[in-house]
Design a protein around this ligand. Structure first.
Ligand code: NDP
Length: 321
């Protein structure tokens, strides 16, 4: 397994297991299968509503001695309803209790979007809090305090644009270690890649396979698929690997962490093998032409009627980078 070094000196495994949409009843088996196969990195979040089951799997596998806690990298996230500074540590402690851990390796602000306390998914105006009223920097300072207390080893963000990262970096005492964003050949985000390289921020690529199991309501009509793309198919055939492995190898070859989700034992192993693959220069050049700025997870679900958030405010009009 390759690793990437973070600003703290910690090393994050280049490939991890995603757990969004991994159903109760399936996620524990997937986590155990993955760790037995050789995964050392699991990406979690309380909004995936499966952290207690992930925690049970982690406890069971740690008990067997297959792996030691220090060898595992566990990421989780702060949900939108706990941005108020006084709610950050309690939310983190709930996640730690659910995952049955004393410390997280990485704790991320899940979205630059705030909901009223207790609201799982905002539907009307009063359930949203505009960022002007609940500034990210105040939430960030609470994450910094959690790190100072030793509850998390690294802190970072998700779904931040270059402008939001710049603003945070200017105000933060502890710089964000990671930005976890959607990244794949249809959304290559080269300006973001350059910014993060310059500022020692590690990028993690979510939905690296195109998130085909998203609920139908989150899909656009006639949206493109990555796994069926003929160029990717040709590169895969030339290298004697699968399209999924090609996509994951592309991400790691660019220096980004990839966190494909699977609950299928064969695909869990197939994806892990991608961490050892190298694509040739011709393949990397062929990928360039596939960039079309397409987001599978565009956050439109936060921008409905009555929301202070819009697609323009979420992405600062950077969606075509
Ligand atoms: P992915 O791009 O990882 O795609 C998951 C889909 O691909 C599933 O349908 C899975 O099916 C299928 N799949 C997995 N491996 C293969 C393979 N080898 N061949 C063919 N199909 C395959 O989507 P996600 O959106 O889940 O993204 C990955 C992870 O990123 C999430 O699970 C989550 O942890 C994180 N994430 C974070 C976000 C954030 O806001 N920070 C937003 C979105 C995701 P099956 O399970 O049946 O194998």
């Amino acid at each position: 397994m390759q690793f990437f070094s973070l600003s703290s000196g910690d090393r994050i495994p280049a490939l991890g297991l995603g757990t969004w949409k991994s159903a109760p009843g399936a996620v524990a088996a997937a986590v155990k299968e993955a760790i037995i196969a050789g995964y050392r990195h699991i990406d979690c979040a309380p909004i995936y509503q499966n952290e207690p089951e992930v925690g049970q799997a982690l406890a069971e596998i740690l008990k067997t001695g297959t792996v030691a806690r220090q060898e595992l990298w566990i990421t989780s996230k702060l949900w939108n309803n706990a941005h108020a500074p006084e709610l950050v540590e309690p939310a983190l402690r709930q996640t730690l209790a659910d995952l049955r851990l004393d410390v997280l390796d990485l704790f991320l602000i899940h979205w630059p979007v705030a909901f009223a306390p207790g609201v799982l998914f905002a539907q009307k105006t009063e359930e949203y809090i505009p960022l002007a009223e609940q500034p990210i920097i105040d939430t960030w300072r609470a994450l910094e305090a959690c790190r100072a207390k030793g509850l998390v080893r690294n802190i970072g963000v998700c779904n931040f644009t270059v402008s939001k990262l710049k603003a945070l970096c200017e105000q933060a005492t502890i710089q964000p270690a990671v930005n976890q964003i959607e990244l794949h050949p249809y959304l290559q985000q080269n300006e973001m890649l350059a910014f993060c390289r310059d500022h020692n921020i590690q990028l993690t690529a979510y939905s690296p396979l195109g998130s085909g199991d998203r609920p139908q309501a989150l899909k656009k009509k006639d949206e493109p698929t990555l796994l069926d793309n003929p160029v990717i198919g040709q590169i895969a055939a030339r290298h004697g690997i699968t399209p999924a492995q090609t996509l994951l190898a592309w991400g790691i070859n660019r220096g980004t962490v990839v966190i494909p989700k699977s609950t299928n034992p064969g695909r869990i192993r197939e994806n892990l093998a991608a961490a050892e693959l190298k694509l040739d220069a011709r393949a990397m050049a062929e990928f360039v032409a596939l960039d079309c700025g397409f987001r599978f997870v565009d956050g439109a679900f936060f921008c409905g009627k009555g929301s202070p958030y819009t697609l323009n405010s979420l992405w600062d009009k950077e969606s075509h980078q």
